[in-house]
Design a protein around this ligand. Sequence first.
Ligand SMILES: [Zn+2]
Length: 487
Amino acid sequence: MRARWPYILASLVILSFPASSPSQSQGVFYEGARLIIGDTTPPLENGAFLVQNGRIAAIGQRGTIKAPAGIARMDLTGKTVMPAMNNAHMHIGYEGYVSWDVENHSPENLLDHLEREAFFGIGAAMTMGDQPIAFALKFQHDQTAGKFPPAARFFFAAGMAPPGGGPDALLIQGTAPLHAVYEVSSPDEAVRAVRKIAAAKIEQLKFWVDNRDNNRGARKKMPPEVYRALIEEAHKHGMTVHAHATNLQDQKGVVQAGVDVLVHTLVAEKLDDEFLAILREKKPYWVPVMGLADRAEFCDGDVPFIAQVMPDSVVADIRAGKTWLPSPPCSASPTPQAAQRDENLRYNFPKYLASGARLVFGTDAGVSQKYSYGFAEHHEIGMYVKLGMTPAEAIIASTSRPAELLRLKDTGSLAKGKRADFIVLRANPLEDIRNTREIEDVYLAGVKLDRAPLRMKFKQALVDRDAMHAKEKQDYVPHPPSSPKKL
Ligand SMILES: [Zn+2]
């Protein structure tokens, strides 16, 4: 019974979609906007750039580069242009607006999620350790071959975990039936699994250290000798290794062992001097993934921004706390634990940065309705600034640095030769990071994303599903129990 979710998108995938218009293939000259470059280059206050064949052919101060005769021109005076953002950590394919389940997993649903990412200005998105490899390779191949409508480019990391551990109670509902995660219990098994993944030419690998049961001991953690062997073998094959680790001891262990990317921020403990010294020595990439527990955005924040892509009933459910990951309703007052978590974040976040951890944008988007594709990214970048980064630093961390981590030389900044992946904003995010939400248009490889029909499709998702699956609706449960399924 896999038909519950992939309702209407299948028909959209096979529709032909327009490539670039004639003027776009000839080129377009954009002038007058403030250009945020996406690396340490200062912004150009009155800039111009030429896009031809999906790439930036020239860029500079207005007046210093020439528009070819007869070319289409677009005046962007008063606007700000920044590179499309790139998300180095999300979970894709299993979310279905009101459920999170393996039955939602299909190419059509993956595409829907990547369209939601693109709608909000994300050009490339990497899902972490949660896809069956053959499926992911085929999807990537099909997308590269142009079989799908415009969406964020799909990237994935292979996943590895201790047996029965790894992905948490939610993630495991999707990944276990698909055997999406390699389970390893010894250094030998880890090495063999890494070799298989390397043979498939996969460059990114994520492993979970946690037992994911709050150390109650029912599941086993990945022991250091296993992850050390894993990291060493992966590096022999030139792979980039990400470690999910959420407590101080494990974060120390994986960074000391040479992991390339540390995922998560300590929220229940404070960083100590020993760990700071390890960070200073190793300077790992670091994907903080903090926004999920931030209730402010949904309860006090910009609901219309979120509601663009969420059916009204889903927005109402989130505010009422009816989510598949337990979350309090907006009417509840904040708990002491939440206050402690916030205090730890305020203490820890600047310390990671000051020790040289290289922050890379990533969100865990997709694991909860209240932190879903596209808008979660704008919440997350807002948190970076709330916790002490400058907007310019936060934008670098969300554009060129994840591109570097993903080994994408063709995107991540506004520069000659790069793909024309950019966002036109109505306001300046260097003044207020919340202005990344003031999206007027999104361009991917020089082609303007047609956002209005996408918005309509997202808003109507449940209506369409109901119409097409009236019978299945009879036994359809709108909200799974608030506690995760028993495993
Ligand atoms: Zn994650």
